[in-house]
Design a protein around this ligand. Structure first.
Ligand code: UGA
Ligand code: MN
Length: 347
């Protein structure tokens, strides 16, 4: 009897212990493995979603950071270019005014880039750019705005009757005449050579210039001259210098011209344009006589000429003419796919 009762108590005791143990297992997720795996899956899925979201946020923040970095980089680069050229002119040093006619064609921006990056090396320099166009173009406006130089942007269209046509040989009509004249008008209207001395140079947009020639021409008293390379179908043309004076011209083509040299081969003291306020270039003078027209108009004689570049023995300026780029594959692309290269990319 006693034994039976104590056995029952033991069963009860074990029963209670078992129940407590099972409750414990269920409560702490050790038991019911299927339900537990499900929980874990859900938890993982939630974490995966959260990670994806965070990933997206990080990527977006990275993109924003990269855009800002690019902007900062551009600003730093611009500052470097703009900061290089001090636009506050040194009053004691003559300013060089370069007059550059330019016109729209596929290599225009390349020419202007090369030219401007030569000029950026010069102190006391002002660039007068005159477009041969009815309106100032967006390309040249934006270009000048960022070029880092002190500049003036003008425009005047060459009328049809004096304009070179696409298939004309380049010698048929003069180029840049009205544009250079407009540059001269601007000088006469806006400058005072008594206040700040200056030197004027006609810098076509397709030539190549050694910096040394600018340092030399800055001290021009009346008119300075020097050789020009790759012009007149010769390796170079040059003033002939004897005992430090110009006595004539080394050129094959029309050596009898009063000033038988290219536009790139001389610079003029600013004062002379005020002394002779009517002097300008003309579309109606004989071919090769532009330089002679302007210098004769100022009563310049050979004796007045100041030979530079080591008595005209060095070539520091080249009449490089850029080859017209062939873009025929643009048309081919257009025929094949209905469009050529992206017109939004400025070249
Ligand atoms: C040569 C001389 O080097 C030029 O100084 C001179 O103006 C020219 O001959 C001429 O006979 O008139 P070249 O290389 O044949 O030069 O001429 P370009 O370089 O084609 O033109 C001279 C300047 O005028 C350049 O700055 C050019 O951009 C500009 N131009 C040319 C225009 O403004 N409009 C045009 O239709 C063509
Ligand atoms: Mn040229």
């Amino acid at each position: 009897m006693y034994l039976m009762r104590s056995a029952r108590i033991w069963y009860l005791y074990f029963g209670v212990i078992l129940m407590v143990f099972m409750c414990f297992m269920v409560n702490f997720g050790v038991w019911c493995p299927n339900e537990n795996e499900q929980k874990l899956e859900n938890l993982l899925a939630r974490y995966r979603d959260q990670i994806k979201e965070k990933d997206k946020e990080v990527r977006e923040a990275g993109d924003k950071l990269r855009t800002s970095e690019k902007k900062i980089q551009d600003l730093i680069l611009n500052l470097e270019v703009r900061g290089k050229n001090n636009r506050v002119f040194d009053q004691s040093m003559p300013v060089i005014y370069a007059i550059t006619p330019t016109y729209n064609r596929s290599e225009q921006k390349a020419e202007l880039t090369r030219l401007s990056q030569t000029f950026l090396h010069l102190p006391n320099f002002h660039w007068i750019v005159i477009e041969d166009s009815a309106l100032r173009t967006k390309l040249v406006t934006n270009f000048l705005n960022l070029c880092g130089l002190s500049y003036t942007h003008l425009n005047i269209l060459t009328p049809k009757e004096v304009k070179l046509k696409l298939d004309d040989p380049n010698w048929l009509k003069p180029r840049g005449v009205l544009q250079r004249n407009m540059g001269l008008s601007w000088l006469r209207k806006n400058l005072n050579p008594e206040k700040q001395p200056g030197v004027v140079y006609f810098a076509d947009d397709d030539n190549t210039y050694d910096l040394k020639i600018f340092a030399e021409m800055r001290q021009t008293q009346k008119v300075s001259v020097w050789p020009v390379g790759l012009v007149g179908s010769l390796r170079y043309e040059s003033p002939v210098v004897k005992n430090g004076k110009v006595t004539g011209w080394f050129t094959y083509w029309k050596p009898d011209r009063p000033f038988a040299m290219d536009m790139a081969g001389f610079a003029v003291n600013l004062q002379l344009f005020f002394q002779y306020p009517e002097v300008e270039f003309s579309n109606y003078v004989k071919r090769g006589y532009q330089e002679s027209t302007i210098l004769s108009g100022m009563k310049i004689t050979l004796d007045d000429l100041e030979p530079l570049a080591d008595h005209c023995t060095k070539v520091l300026v080249w009449h490089t003419r850029t080859e017209t780029p062939k873009l025929k594959n643009e048309d081919r692309l257009n025929r094949k796919f209905g469009h050529g290269s992206d017109p939004n990319v400025e070249v």
